[in-house]
Ligand binder design. Structure first.
Ligand SMILES: CC(C)(COP(=O)(O)OP(=O)(O)OC[C@H]1O[C@@H](n2cnc3c(N)ncnc32)[C@H](O)[C@@H]1OP(=O)(O)O)[C@@H](O)C(=O)NCCC(=O)NCCS
Length: 232
């Protein structure tokens, strides 16, 4: 049971009252539909077609679909190497900001696909999110560097014996050179070495790059969720 909850972060970022709802049962569904907030963001399992149809009938519209991939770290044998690039922890906040901003401008997550939300504010949300990981004590931020220039990064959080790749991005000028695949290989190896047995991540269903990379690393598709928005 998860009732709609005010998102202070989203409300501040977009200057509107945003409530978020994770729909797990009929009570959650009724509460999301009854919620009077200016913007309600609802997440619901793709398998719950009846719930999705009730949300649509109540004025919600689809903004993205997330799919989770999960696997074991014992598949990861060696840290990755990338010709000319160095993989190490990121401590440089300004570089992380630059790469996140570049990778997530006009992204296709649910903030950017809602035409009433400011696109720049949506991008800055990802910047804030990636940089918040620099202070995590239960995870790390790993990056691929071209000399001193950060080319790509991933933030990883560890909890309950599993490492989650939370957010990742490669600067547009460095995309499609295998940087993300190398970061995932390094993350898996590092988690395994630390005794963390499971690895998982999620992305929008149409984001094929990460899914191809995860599948090659032995991760398998699992649960998936629609995100829907409704304005008052
Ligand atoms: C997704 C992203 C991190 C991939 O980084 P990358 O370093 O370019 O990826 P790689 O070069 O390691 O490519 C990995 C695989 O994905 C494929 N791929 C990468 N971008 C792709 C795209 N736009 N469409 C289809 N396949 C793509 C690559 O071709 C490669 O598969 P292949 O070996 O069959 O060719 C990068 O495109 C990015 O930052 N995108 C914007 C932010 C984002 O989507 N973040 C992920 C949110 S979960």
């Amino acid at each position: 049971m998860t009732r709609p909850t005010r998102s202070d972060l989203d409300s501040r970022r977009f200057g509107v009252e945003v409530f978020r709802s994770v729909i797990e049962d009929d009570g959650d569904l009724d509460a999301a539909i009854a919620c009077d907030a200016e913007l309600v963001v609802a997440r619901v399992a793709t398998a719950s077609i009846g719930a999705v149809q009730r949300l649509e009938a109540a004025g919600f519209f689809l903004t993205d679909t997330l799919v989770y991939f999960r696997g074991a770290t014992n598949h990861f044998d060696a840290p990755a190497t990338l010709e000319g690039l160095q993989i190490r922890d990121v401590v440089e906040r300004d570089q992380l900001e630059r790469v996140t901003r570049g990778a997530f401008t006009d992204f296709f997550g649910h903030y950017h696909t809602d035409p009433r939300l400011d696109s720049e504010a949506a991008t800055e949300g990802y910047v804030e999110w990636s940089c918040s990981a620099l202070a995590w004590t239960d995870g790390f931020v790993i990056g691929a560097f071209d000399d001193a220039t950060l080319a790509g990064f991933a933030t990883v959080k560890i909890a309950d014996g599993a490492g989650e790749i939370v957010l990742n991005g490669v600067a547009p000028a460095y995309q499609r050179r295998g940087i993300y695949a190398a970061l995932v290989a390094s993350i898996g190896h590092r988690l395994k070495a630390a005794g963390v047995g499971a690895i998982f991540s999620s992305t929008q269903i149409q984001n094929l790059g990460p899914q191809k990379t995860w599948a090659r690393a032995g991760l398998l598709p699992g649960e998936s969720f629609h995100t829907l928005h409704r304005w008052r």
